[in-house]
Design a protein around this ligand. Structure first.
Ligand code: SF4
Length: 202
């Protein structure tokens, strides 16, 4: 799918496995006007607009303004979040967007990370949230199983993605993908590759 990524600078976590460390400092970004972003969207006409980070919900007001304008123009907005900040409430333009929540307290607990409980209710109410977990082996998958069962999250709403590190070469990356794809098949979860790494894109 032709997706346009809008990467917002700044994050409230510091995950050791983060593959976008350049985005963590809010001052690392370049201030842009909403109109500039919209002009780029109109120029490229993507099938999907993805807001990611860092943690994009740290700029919630700007995201709501973006969501409103994109929806008016018939674009689909997908937000990628670590889930530590509250889910959108009915009435916020972001409520109508799609959300990929990547918890950072399960299966690997990052210091300071706690998935906000509103994401589970948002997923139930709207059907527009999916959960993506970074895993490397069976123990991680068991922790994910416990979490989704405790929270009543259906397995078809859950993606497993390989937990990788910057020093992995192409063979190690492929091996991690094969392993996690097998674990997903065996447990009834979906599998999501780290396509940008497999393609050598950073
Ligand atoms: S939440 Fe995401 S962007 Fe923030 S430090 Fe963790 S992996 Fe990196």
């Amino acid at each position: 799918m032709r997706a346009l990524f809008i990467r917002l600078a700044g994050c409230n976590l510091r995950c050791p496995f983060c593959d976008t460390k350049y985005s963590l400092d809010p001052r690392a970004g370049r201030p842009v006007e909403l109109e500039e972003v919209l002009a780029r969207v109109e120029e490229l006409k993507p099938s999907l607009v993805v807001a990611t980070g860092g943690e994009p919900l740290l700029q919630r007001r700007a995201l709501n303004a973006l969501a409103e304008r994109l929806h008016e123009r018939g674009y689909t907005l997908q937000l990628e979040t670590n889930g530590t900040l509250p889910a959108p409430e009915a009435g916020e333009p972001l409520y109508r967007a799609y959300h990929v929540v990547s918890p950072k307290d399960v299966p690997v607990a990052v210091p300071g990370a706690r998935t906000h409980p509103s994401w589970v209710s948002y997923a139930r109410e709207t059907g527009r949230a999916w959960f993506k977990f970074l895993v490397s082996g069976e123990e991680h998958v068991k922790a994910v199983e416990r979490y989704v069962e405790e929270n009543g999250i259906p397995r078809e709403r859950v993606y497993l993605m390989p937990l990788t590190s910057e020093d992995m070469g192409p063979e190690e990356l492929l091996e991690a993908h094969r392993r996690v794809a097998g674990l997903a098949l065996g447990s009834g979860f979906n599998f999501s590759p780290r396509l940008h790494l497999l393609l050598g894109l950073r």
